[in-house]
Design a protein around this ligand. Structure first.
Ligand code: NAD
Ligand code: UDP
Length: 316
């Protein structure tokens, strides 16, 4: 056992972002405990890490009490489904993991004296009336809409994190993640980038919801992991937006995927989901200032890398 090294727990560690974070922490010399119940993640995402003595996988649902033996320096709480396609499919597990799961993860951090990082989301801004979104914007969320289960669970998660910070003096971090994509997103995840890539590679028309003039600012996963890593090392306890401020319409993203993949499959328009935010773009002044962070990977480059991964995966 590699003792003397820092030890971190990553909940949701077998998911898309969690698996990249586990990889980074192992590379940084941490002992990593990856906890997941595989509801939307896959063991395949971390299978390559199991050969590392510093890596351990624990199958556990964080909505039930979390028991861990030994010291724990850091908790990265990422467990939660994140695709809008899941908001109607599994609304109650989403509410439970955001509320009870976060409560359990904070309880563990309190018991172990660990630093705690919450993976929050740009969804706390809802369908924003302020653009771009700064961290001091309180948002525009429909609490009873279908997206509300995710948005409100994350808003509650932020609230209980700050309560533990103030009341129990836990050392906490909150990262507000904006749309992130890259290798290991499930092709059937339902989100924009994996949908478009899967469809382009299968020669199927890309499904643009609505007119496609709603905007998103898409961030490559490596940039996010760098931001999360820096935030955990920093002293910043306020929420920090981590996203790529270069904003694209959904139609533009579809166009880029078609062009980069060489697919001739075109696009079809489907109805816009209820409460789909019209625009989304982070103001990253705080991340620049306190973390010295900004994204490095432009959309075309990131989409190209992601396409390469999906292609190599379909060959294997
Ligand atoms: P993902 O679905 O790939 O990963 C989430 C992981 O959490 C999965 O492995 C899933 O099995 C696990 N999980 C869910 N419920 C659990 C439970 N009760 N107990 C244990 N594990 C559980 O999604 P992702 O995109 O990697 O998202 C990771 C985190 O980042 C989530 O908290 C999400 O809300 C947040 N986030 C992601 C994005 C994005 O664009 N990808 C944007 C904003 C916020
Ligand atoms: N979208 C789309 N086609 C798809 C999937 C998503 O047009 O096949 C749109 C969706 O309506 C939204 C944007 O792409 O406006 C981003 O959706 P995603 O599911 O990636 O995440 P969101 O930002 O809505 O949480």
């Amino acid at each position: 056992m590699a003792s003397g090294r820092r030890r971190a727990l990553v909940t949701g560690g077998a998911g898309f972002i969690g698996s990249h974070l586990c990889e980074r922490l192992v590379r940084e010399g941490y002992r990593v405990l990856c906890m997941d119940n595989l509801r939307t993640g896959s063991f395949e995402n971390v299978a390559h890490l199991t050969a590392e003595p510093a890596f351990e996988y624990v199958d556990h649902d964080v909505t039930t009490y979390i028991r861990i033996a030994g010291e724990l320096d850091e908790v990265y709480h990422l467990a939660s489904p994140a695709s809008p396609a899941d908001f109607e499919r599994i609304p109650i597990p989403i509410l439970k993991v955001g509320a009870i799961g976060t409560y359990n993860a904070l309880g563990l951090a309190l018991a172990k004296g660990s630093r705690f990082l919450l993976a929050s989301t740009s969804e706390v801004y809802g369908d924003p009336l302020v653009h771009p979104q700064r961290e001091d914007y309180w948002g525009n969320v429909n609490p009873i809409g279908v997206r509300g289960v995710y948005d409100e669970a994350k808003r509650y998660a932020e609230s209980i994190t700050m309560a533990y910070h103030r009341h129990h003096r836990i050392d906490t971090r909150i990262v507000r993640i904006f749309n992130t994509y890259g290798p290991r997103m499930r092709p059937d995840d339902g989100r924009m980038v994996p949908n478009f890539i899967r469809q382009a590679l299968a020669g199927e028309p890309l499904t643009i919801y609505g007119e496609g003039d709603q905007t998103r600012s898409i961030q490559y996963v490596d940039d996010l992991i760098e931001g999360i890593f820096r935030l955990m090392q920093s002293a910043e306890t306020r929420p920090v937006n981590v996203g790529n401020p270069s904003e694209h319409t959904v139609r533009e993203v579809a166009g880029m995927v078609l062009e980069l993949s060489g697919s001739k499959s075109g696009a079809v328009h489907l109805p816009l989901p209820v409460d789909d935010p019209k625009q989304r773009c982070p103001d990253i002044s705080r991340a620049r200032e306190v973390l010295g962070w900004e994204p490095k990977v432009a959309a075309r480059e990131g989409l190209e890398r992601t396409l390469r991964w999906y292609r190599s995966r379909s060959r294997s």
